[in-house]
Design a protein around this ligand. Sequence first.
Ligand code: NAD
Length: 490
Amino acid sequence: MKKWPNQLFINNNWVDGVAGRKWDVINPATGAVLESVALADAHDVDIAVKAARKAFDDGPWPRMDPLARGRLLFKLAEKIRENLADLAMTDTLNVGKPIRDTIGFDVPCAADLFESYAGLPDKISGKCYGTLPDNVTMQFREPMGVIAAIVPWNFPLTNAAIKLAPILACGNTVVLKPSEVSPLSAFMLAKLSLEVGFPQGVINVIHGTGAEAGAALVEHRGVDKITFTGRHQTGAQMLQAAKNGMKGVLLELGGKTPSIVLPDAPLENVVNGVITGIFFNLGQVCVAGSRLLVHASQHDEILSRIVSKVGSLRQGDPTDPKNHLGCLATDQHKKVVINYIEQAKKEGAKPVLADSKNSKNDGCFHAPVIFDCVTPSMTIAREEVFGPVLSVMTYKDEDDAVRIANDSDFGLMANIWTCDGGRALRIARRVKAGRIAINGGGALRPNVPVYGYKMSGIGAELGYEEAVHEYTNSKAVLYSLGTEKSPWPE
Ligand code: NAD
């Protein structure tokens, strides 16, 4: 693996922070320092926002032929594919995610997002409204301005692409702040954008802590909109900052996804789907299926099948393609996960242990945990753990299953498992969540909008119409053809 860019990327230049501070990026699987990178403060944020502002106000990007804009996005997608191995290894080393997942999911997904949104710019169009016969009323959709994009560490490259692809397709400029934990693939993305020829100031990447650089970014008067992915507590702080500056805000927050298994569901598929849903990326996924709802009559069989299969998952060195499970992203996050596990035991949840010979618990590693006898009021059933912890609950009938599923502050996603299509759709309509996966069909698609109900978010991520709505301004132009006589002051 070659060395990573380790400076801030502002106005197509690599620069150190004004204060010259550095931050060590850690490999959580080994504890080794991967790279020492520049750390931005409010001063650097100001420089980055001003560069993005100038690129938006005076530069070619928002005024460019939409097809040319799309071509650059497409070239970026191709560059990502050419650099798949390095990008995948970067996120694997940086957050402990298995290489089979970064190669198989994270990096291809990022490339697909840019490719998909490369087709959007020339499709963005307004409307013409029927008003008076001698009046032509048009609506234009115009690029919004400078967008501040703030993302977490769980899918470093993919989260950046989810934000950047629609933002750029809509003709905006952007200041991206990756998580302080995982900036390396965002720097690599910036390097690729330079190689394909993005104009100066269109993409800026600053690395800094949330409390300092993040807060300075959301409060900056030169930012037109904040788009954020992260914890709901941080999202609440964004709302306050957005309110002070009268800015638009898009929030993609946490989840507590229920998986309802109906008695007719094919159990082999259910077991694989439930295990993938909660243990992929060690549960550090906003849509992780952390609450399993099974019918009382099937509880024992489903639980024993899951426990046996989980015991066969291989956990260890994230760079080894044979391993299904890596480690948690930071020491600090492991402590959070352990606290939730201890709390669950105190509140009466019953840990059911899988065979541990393939798992690992030292350093930032944490083995999968399954809790049985979980009730909806327990902390483990209510709060987002963001770790490898499955809570098993039983329901009596369909109404009971829907009631338990909806008994949550979150509403990001839900899974339903059944062969009965009508019943699946009926339950899907009753469950309060922005995305419902029936029989495992929950993959992220660039053209499908992601909304969160309740505390899971505000606004939509992805989806073409929704992206245009989120990242462009509407302008109405009302054109009198000259024959209309003003009724006032006569
Ligand atoms: P976090 O909220 O702690 O941090 C996310 C980002 O916000 C980081 O870049 C951080 O530096 C920044 N930040 C923190 N405090 C800030 C502040 N005061 N002002 C500005 N920026 C600030 O979240 P995390 O722990 O990094 O990520 C995990 C969370 O992300 C989970 O809740 C997960 O569900 C959520 N998530 C949601 C989605 C989704 O699509 N809904 C996707 C991925 C992750």
